[in-house]
Design a protein around this ligand. Structure first.
Ligand SMILES: [Zn+2]
Length: 196
Protein backbone atom coordinates (compact mmCIF):
# COMPACT_ATOMS: atom_id res chain seq x y z
CA UNK A 1 0.00 0.00 0.00
CA UNK A 2 0.90 3.67 -0.40
CA UNK A 3 2.47 3.26 -3.81
CA UNK A 4 1.47 6.72 -4.99
CA UNK A 5 2.09 5.87 -8.63
CA UNK A 6 -0.96 3.60 -8.69
CA UNK A 7 -3.85 5.06 -10.60
CA UNK A 8 -7.40 5.36 -9.32
CA UNK A 9 -10.28 4.43 -11.58
CA UNK A 10 -12.90 7.19 -11.50
CA UNK A 11 -16.47 6.33 -12.45
CA UNK A 12 -19.67 8.32 -12.50
CA UNK A 13 -22.34 7.72 -9.86
CA UNK A 14 -23.89 4.94 -11.96
CA UNK A 15 -20.54 3.12 -12.05
CA UNK A 16 -19.65 3.93 -15.66
CA UNK A 17 -15.83 4.04 -15.93
CA UNK A 18 -14.63 7.54 -16.82
CA UNK A 19 -10.87 7.89 -16.51
CA UNK A 20 -7.68 7.24 -14.55
CA UNK A 21 -6.71 9.81 -11.96
CA UNK A 22 -3.71 10.13 -9.64
CA UNK A 23 -3.77 10.42 -5.86
CA UNK A 24 -3.82 14.24 -5.93
CA UNK A 25 -6.98 14.32 -8.00
CA UNK A 26 -8.49 11.61 -5.82
CA UNK A 27 -7.82 13.56 -2.60
CA UNK A 28 -9.22 16.70 -4.22
CA UNK A 29 -12.44 14.86 -5.07
CA UNK A 30 -12.74 13.69 -1.45
CA UNK A 31 -12.22 17.19 -0.11
CA UNK A 32 -14.73 18.65 -2.52
CA UNK A 33 -17.29 16.12 -1.32
CA UNK A 34 -17.69 14.68 -4.82
CA UNK A 35 -17.09 11.03 -3.93
CA UNK A 36 -20.41 9.19 -4.05
CA UNK A 37 -19.01 5.81 -2.97
CA UNK A 38 -15.89 3.72 -3.32
CA UNK A 39 -15.13 0.15 -4.33
CA UNK A 40 -12.06 -2.00 -4.45
CA UNK A 41 -9.11 -2.00 -2.13
CA UNK A 42 -7.47 0.86 -0.22
CA UNK A 43 -4.59 2.12 -2.34
CA UNK A 44 -3.12 4.67 0.00
CA UNK A 45 -3.63 6.76 3.11
CA UNK A 46 -2.88 10.39 2.41
CA UNK A 47 -2.53 13.03 5.10
CA UNK A 48 -4.86 15.93 4.59
CA UNK A 49 -5.20 19.31 6.27
CA UNK A 50 -5.06 20.05 10.00
CA UNK A 51 -8.40 20.86 11.58
CA UNK A 52 -8.43 24.37 13.10
CA UNK A 53 -10.94 23.12 15.65
CA UNK A 54 -9.22 20.05 16.99
CA UNK A 55 -5.68 20.40 15.69
CA UNK A 56 -5.90 16.85 14.36
CA UNK A 57 -4.61 16.01 10.92
CA UNK A 58 -7.13 14.35 8.68
CA UNK A 59 -6.25 11.17 6.86
CA UNK A 60 -7.90 10.33 3.57
CA UNK A 61 -8.08 6.69 2.53
CA UNK A 62 -8.11 6.45 -1.23
CA UNK A 63 -9.64 3.38 -2.84
CA UNK A 64 -8.83 1.85 -6.19
CA UNK A 65 -12.25 2.77 -7.59
CA UNK A 66 -14.03 6.07 -6.88
CA UNK A 67 -17.56 6.83 -8.00
CA UNK A 68 -18.18 10.55 -8.28
CA UNK A 69 -21.26 12.74 -8.50
CA UNK A 70 -22.12 14.72 -11.57
CA UNK A 71 -22.72 13.81 -15.16
CA UNK A 72 -20.10 13.04 -17.72
CA UNK A 73 -20.26 15.57 -20.50
CA UNK A 74 -19.76 13.43 -23.56
CA UNK A 75 -22.22 10.51 -23.49
CA UNK A 76 -19.41 8.06 -22.93
CA UNK A 77 -21.74 5.24 -22.10
CA UNK A 78 -23.72 5.45 -25.30
CA UNK A 79 -23.18 3.55 -28.50
CA UNK A 80 -22.36 6.76 -30.33
CA UNK A 81 -19.19 7.39 -28.42
CA UNK A 82 -15.98 7.19 -30.45
CA UNK A 83 -12.75 7.53 -28.50
CA UNK A 84 -9.97 9.65 -30.00
CA UNK A 85 -7.62 7.66 -32.23
CA UNK A 86 -3.95 7.72 -31.31
CA UNK A 87 -1.13 5.29 -32.00
CA UNK A 88 -0.48 4.46 -28.38
CA UNK A 89 -4.02 3.19 -27.83
CA UNK A 90 -4.22 1.62 -31.28
CA UNK A 91 -1.09 -0.45 -30.62
CA UNK A 92 -2.53 -1.56 -27.29
CA UNK A 93 -5.84 -2.47 -28.92
CA UNK A 94 -3.85 -4.83 -31.17
CA UNK A 95 -1.64 -6.05 -28.28
CA UNK A 96 1.49 -4.67 -30.03
CA UNK A 97 1.18 -7.33 -32.69
CA UNK A 98 1.56 -6.58 -36.37
CA UNK A 99 -1.84 -7.46 -37.86
CA UNK A 100 -0.14 -8.78 -41.00
CA UNK A 101 2.85 -10.87 -39.91
CA UNK A 102 1.63 -11.52 -36.35
CA UNK A 103 4.94 -10.66 -34.73
CA UNK A 104 5.24 -8.69 -31.50
CA UNK A 105 7.08 -5.36 -31.65
CA UNK A 106 8.10 -2.48 -29.40
CA UNK A 107 6.03 0.68 -30.02
CA UNK A 108 8.80 2.46 -31.93
CA UNK A 109 8.88 -0.37 -34.50
CA UNK A 110 5.13 -0.18 -35.10
CA UNK A 111 3.04 2.06 -37.32
CA UNK A 112 -0.58 2.87 -38.10
CA UNK A 113 -1.66 1.12 -41.28
CA UNK A 114 -4.75 2.24 -43.17
CA UNK A 115 -6.48 -0.92 -44.41
CA UNK A 116 -8.00 0.98 -47.30
CA UNK A 117 -5.11 3.38 -47.99
CA UNK A 118 -5.64 7.09 -47.39
CA UNK A 119 -4.76 7.70 -51.03
CA UNK A 120 -7.78 5.55 -52.00
CA UNK A 121 -10.11 7.46 -49.70
CA UNK A 122 -9.75 5.22 -46.63
CA UNK A 123 -10.69 7.15 -43.49
CA UNK A 124 -8.44 7.66 -40.49
CA UNK A 125 -10.82 5.85 -38.17
CA UNK A 126 -10.63 2.89 -35.76
CA UNK A 127 -12.32 0.49 -38.18
CA UNK A 128 -9.92 1.28 -41.00
CA UNK A 129 -6.65 1.19 -39.10
CA UNK A 130 -4.52 -1.59 -37.66
CA UNK A 131 -1.16 -1.94 -36.04
CA UNK A 132 1.53 -2.95 -38.53
CA UNK A 133 5.27 -3.33 -38.25
CA UNK A 134 7.11 -0.86 -40.41
CA UNK A 135 8.26 -3.60 -42.78
CA UNK A 136 4.74 -4.89 -43.46
CA UNK A 137 3.37 -1.36 -43.75
CA UNK A 138 6.03 -0.54 -46.32
CA UNK A 139 5.43 -3.79 -48.21
CA UNK A 140 1.68 -3.21 -48.35
CA UNK A 141 2.24 0.30 -49.64
CA UNK A 142 -0.76 1.81 -51.39
CA UNK A 143 -2.64 -1.46 -51.77
CA UNK A 144 -5.58 -3.03 -50.02
CA UNK A 145 -4.86 -6.28 -48.08
CA UNK A 146 -6.44 -8.26 -50.95
CA UNK A 147 -4.36 -6.54 -53.60
CA UNK A 148 -1.19 -6.98 -51.56
CA UNK A 149 -2.13 -10.57 -50.71
CA UNK A 150 -1.62 -9.76 -47.04
CA UNK A 151 -4.71 -10.95 -45.15
CA UNK A 152 -5.52 -9.29 -41.83
CA UNK A 153 -5.08 -11.47 -38.74
CA UNK A 154 -7.91 -9.78 -36.79
CA UNK A 155 -10.88 -7.58 -37.49
CA UNK A 156 -10.30 -4.00 -36.30
CA UNK A 157 -12.85 -2.49 -33.91
CA UNK A 158 -13.76 0.82 -32.34
CA UNK A 159 -13.27 0.61 -28.56
CA UNK A 160 -16.22 1.50 -26.36
CA UNK A 161 -15.46 3.98 -23.63
CA UNK A 162 -14.86 1.23 -21.05
CA UNK A 163 -12.49 -0.54 -23.44
CA UNK A 164 -10.74 2.75 -24.12
CA UNK A 165 -10.23 3.35 -20.38
CA UNK A 166 -8.78 -0.16 -20.11
CA UNK A 167 -6.40 0.49 -23.02
CA UNK A 168 -5.17 3.65 -21.34
CA UNK A 169 -4.43 2.04 -17.98
CA UNK A 170 -0.82 1.63 -16.96
CA UNK A 171 -0.81 -0.86 -14.09
CA UNK A 172 -4.34 -2.09 -13.72
CA UNK A 173 -5.12 -3.82 -10.42
CA UNK A 174 -7.18 -6.98 -10.27
CA UNK A 175 -10.24 -5.30 -8.74
CA UNK A 176 -10.12 -2.49 -11.30
CA UNK A 177 -9.80 -5.06 -14.07
CA UNK A 178 -12.84 -6.98 -12.84
CA UNK A 179 -14.79 -3.74 -12.74
CA UNK A 180 -13.76 -2.65 -16.24
CA UNK A 181 -14.37 -6.09 -17.71
CA UNK A 182 -17.94 -6.00 -16.45
CA UNK A 183 -18.47 -2.95 -18.67
CA UNK A 184 -16.99 -4.42 -21.83
CA UNK A 185 -19.44 -5.49 -24.51
CA UNK A 186 -20.12 -9.22 -24.32
CA UNK A 187 -18.33 -9.83 -27.60
CA UNK A 188 -15.33 -7.64 -26.87
CA UNK A 189 -12.10 -9.17 -28.22
CA UNK A 190 -10.42 -7.82 -25.09
CA UNK A 191 -12.11 -10.39 -22.80
CA UNK A 192 -9.77 -13.07 -24.03
CA UNK A 193 -6.74 -10.97 -23.39
CA UNK A 194 -7.57 -9.93 -19.85
CA UNK A 195 -8.46 -13.45 -18.75
CA UNK A 196 -4.88 -14.56 -19.38
ZN1 LIG B 1 4.59 -7.20 -39.80
Amino acid sequence: MNDLSLQVLRTDASGMPLEWIDYRDAVRLYHMGLVAYTCGSTLYRVHGGISSLTGAQSIVEVNSILATYGHSSCRRGTNNYTPPLNNDTLFRRDAHLCMYCGEHFAPHDLSRDHITPSSKGGPDSWNNVVTACKRCNHRKGNLSPEQANMPLLAVPFTPTHAEYVYLQGRRILADQMEFLKAHFPRRSPLHERVSM
